[in-house]
Write a protein that binds this ligand. Structure first.
Ligand code: ATP
Ligand code: LTN
Length: 333
């Protein structure tokens, strides 16, 4: 008999339309893992609550996020797709894990430091314990691999530390998860400030491309991308962050290597290059957008997928949670 497939888990927050950064760093890679691994993909609405949300918007975006995952190629026949709040075991495990996570280590998380300075008027404790809930997401299914962008590496490593600590204290229970980070595109940068991460919460809309942007908007955003003045398409992150970022995007969209791209645009201006990058993105996103609109219009189908996903996830999650409850000493009949 074949060895059982290793498990993959990842999540994305329904905090807005996905950016090209979300797509390249994370979502695009998820369907590619479906045949080799047993994959679980989750819309993490409970994580989204760490930033103030408009309730009706959050609800709508959870559907949109799920539709975008399916449109990107995740096949519900192969992978589980569900909404985090539909599986209560995530927050139940998070409590137990929070008693095995240290205040000091959570305080060192870069995302906490960034988000608490950005939202200084709402440094809620959820923002602080965010990585513990994320660890619970991953550990509840004993995932081996977690495909994420580079910014989430620290959180996955923390989950690994918590898993190791729990195993040490209570006996072998959890798989030690590892991040799976793409070689190119782990950190897509802002089109306006190419030394900063592209982020959907950026106030400047020109800094990001959304997966739902029209072809015209995508072209305009790339045309106004900040570059440099030497006019040579060459990969040099240090000295040419804008051009290098565009080359990274073009490379992922076309499968071409950096040398090949440098040759292709040798002696041509940035205008031609930017147009080619925009067209590669438009061509890649067009079928995804068509599928997204189709799925979003078919609410019964979408709800069916999410219901089925949550039911299967709850079944698995319950088995692991019972084991954890037993190990930590909660009375059980
Ligand atoms: P925000 O920017 O509002 O904080 P976000 O865009 O980072 O949110 P998340 O839901 O936190 O959205 O991220 C989902 C996935 O996308 C994660 O795996 C994250 O690593 C990846 N990701 C986010 N931004 C980028 C980026 N600029 N480049 C590569 N990957 C990214
Ligand atoms: N923190 C992640 C979202 C997330 C996640 C997860 C990613 C929540 N739970 C579990 C991987 C595995 C982020 O993208 N900001």
């Amino acid at each position: 008999m074949d060895a059982p497939k290793k498990r993959v888990f990842s999540g994305i927050q329904p905090t807005g339309a996905f950016t090209l950064g979300n797509y390249i760093g994370a979502v695009r890679n998820w369907p590619l893992l479906q045949d080799e691994y047993d994959c679980i993909y989750c819309v993490v609405d409970q994580h989204a609550l760490t930033i103030r949300q408009v309730p009706a918007e959050l609800r709508k975006r959870s559907y949109e996020a799920a539709a975008m995952l399916l449109a990107s190629g995740i096949d519900p026949q192969k992978s589980l797709v569900f909404i985090q709040s539909h599986v209560p075991q995530h927050s139940q495990l998070a409590w137990v894990l929070s008693c095995n996570a240290q205040y000091g280590e959570l305080g060192r998380m870069t995302q906490f430091k960034d988000k608490s300075s950005k939202h200084a008027d709402n440094i809620n404790t959820g923002l602080f314990t965010y990585p513990v809930l994320m660890a619970a997401d991953i550990m509840l299914y004993n995932a081996h691999y977690v495909p994420v962008g580079g910014d989430q590496k620290q959180h996955v490593e923390l989950a690994r530390d918590i898993a190791q600590r729990f195993n040490g204290a209570y006996s072998e229970t959890f798989v030690l998860p590892q991040p799976m980070i793409p070689k190119v595109g782990a950190r897509v940068m802002s089109l306006q400030e190419p030394t900063k991460k592209m982020s959907k919460s950026d106030a400047n809309e020109k800094s990001f491309v959304l997966m739902t942007d029209s072809a015209d908007v995508i072209m305009k955003k790339f045309k106004s991308a900040v570059t440099d003045s030497d006019g040579v398409v060459r990969y040099d992150v240090e000295n040419k962050p804008g051009i290098s970022n565009l080359m990274g995007i073009y490379s992922v969209m076309t499968g071409k290597g950096f040398e090949e791209i440098e040759k292709e645009f040798d002696g041509q201006g940035y205008g031609t290059f930017k147009t080619a990058v925009a067209e590669s993105v438009i061509d890649t996103l067009r079928p995804v957008q068509d599928e997204y609109n189709r799925i979003l219009a078919d609410k019964p189908y979408l709800e069916g997928v999410l219901k089925d996903g949550a039911e299967k996830a709850r079944y698995q999650a319950n088995k692991l949670l019972s084991k954890v409850y037993r190990k930590v000493g909660f009375a059980q009949f």
